[in-house]
Design a protein around this ligand. Structure first.
Ligand code: ADP
Length: 398
């Protein structure tokens, strides 16, 4: 290990999230968030040592412009020459990539090939890779895939009960997402509990705006709730999760909606937002539910109930359950959701420790089950950036 710096980039179609981490200890020295990329009023915000400032990207509103501005910020802080490698979050590596990889032209072609599997995300990830190659000339770039950790799913978990020709022809199968977070939390939960991850049956729930749950047995992902796209599975902020696929024909016939409108409805207008008719934000839903707002009460209960049902099914996948880990903005902060879920799955041997559940919030890890509990529930704050930085350093030979 050296005290070189690693830049981690996570590009969306109109956004760029960046972090500069010290390779020696994982400390974050700088964060940035470019927003409204592609629009006239694009800007980037830098955060370091608790201070924030905003820089306009006028005249250079694309991803390259944002990376240029980041380079200037690094120069002004005297950090530019310490950047040793760049790690990129890439959403889909399809079946091609089961682990992180040093980027060359072949890898770029491989990521391009996976565009049909992540049509919104992979092109944006590629923009970030190209921009980094142009601006941080000569530095190694590493791709870290959201799907990679789930490449260990067995065929009976990843195959849809559809004609198999569709899988052979188009790669239509379940891939799963949030893999980098699961890899981090699986390691960290085992470390935190002082156990060998290879002898644990874990179920990990990553609950953010997008939410999913994964079964990890012997350190490997064996099933997960997201599928071909991040729409499948749990109730999410604005995504429906599981619905009867006949929703498409029903809405086409009864509401005159087309495929694009229904896809938009399922991805952006459903979930907590659609049920509550108030907000997609769990914190707001909890506040409104506390006031007795009917839609918010129902949204919260549905979120917890669906999640608990999936804990049961992931316990089947893992061959039992020793540890249930919560992570992501909701998993790390919502004692209310965690309490509800543990009530539903009490029959699996979980016994909540109410005070511990309240203590494990706002970045604090902690066991939230009582001493006599047959299975352990634990809160583990995720750190995808650190995982990306560590892979990047390793593959860059740092
Ligand atoms: P993303 O998936 O965009 O990375 P996060 O992991 O940051 O999202 O999670 C965002 C979610 O976490 C939001 O629904 C937010 O309301 C929820 N959240 C954050 N803090 C709290 C809290 N104290 N109580 C309940 N929910 C919270």
């Amino acid at each position: 290990m050296t005290d070189k710096l690693i830049l981690v980039l996570n590009c969306g179609s109109s956004s760029l999230k960046g972090a500069v981490l010290n390779n020696a200890d994982g400390e974050v020295l700088l964060n940035c968030l470019g927003e409204k990329l592609g629009l006239e009023d694009a800007y980037i915000t830098f955060k370091a040592n608790g201070e924030k400032h905003k820089v306009s990207l006028e005249g250079r509103t694309d991803h390259t412009g944002a990376v240029e501005a980041l380079m200037e910020e690094l120069k002004s802080r005297g950090l530019d020459s310490d950047i040793a490698a760049i790690g990129h979050r890439v959403v889909s590596g399809g079946e091609t990539y089961s682990e992180s990889i040093l980027i060359d032209e072949n890898v770029i072609a491989g990521i391009e090939k996976c565009i049909p599997l992540a049509p919104l995300h992979n092109p944006a990830n590629l923009l970030g890779i190209r921009a980094a190659q142009n601006i941080f000339k000569g530095l190694p770039n590493v791709a870290v895939f959201d799907t990679a950790f789930h490449q260990t799913l067995p065929p009976h978990a990843y195959t849809y009960a559809l004609p198999r020709e569709l899988y052979r022809k188009y790669g239509l199968r379940r891939y799963g997402f949030h893999g980098t977070s699961y890899r981090f939390v699986a390691d960290e939960a085992a470390r935190f509990l002082g156990k060998d991850k290879n002898s644990l049956r874990m179920v990990i729930a990553h609950l953010g705006n997008g939410a999913s749950i994964t079964a990890v047995a012997n350190g490997k992902s064996v099933d997960t709730s997201m599928g071909l796209t991040p729409l499948e599975g749990l109730v999410m902020g604005t995504r429906s999760g599981d619905v009867d696929a006949s929703v498409f024909s029903f809405l086409a016939e009864n509401a005159g909606m087309d495929i694009a409108q229904i896809t938009d409805l399922l991805n952006k207008k459903s979930g907590l937002l659609g049920i509550s008719e108030i907000s997609s934000d769990c914190r707001t839903i909890e506040e409104e539910a506390a006031k007795g707002e009917e839609g918010a009460v129902l949204a919260l209960e549905m979120f917890a109930y669906r999640l608990a049902k999936y804990v049961g099914s992931m316990a089947v996948a893992a061959g039992g359950i020793d540890v249930l880990a919560f992570t992501g903005g909701i998993g790390e902060n919502s004692d209310i959701i965690r309490e509800k879920v543990l009530k539903y799955v009490a029959f699996l041997g979980f016994k909540l420790d109410k005070q511990a559940n309240l203590d494990a919030r706002f970045g604090n890890a902690g066991v939230i089950t009582a001493a006599g509990s047959a299975a352990v529930a634990v809160v583990i704050p995720t750190n995808e950036e650190l995982m990306i930085a560590q892979d990047t350093a390793r593959l860059s030979g740092l």
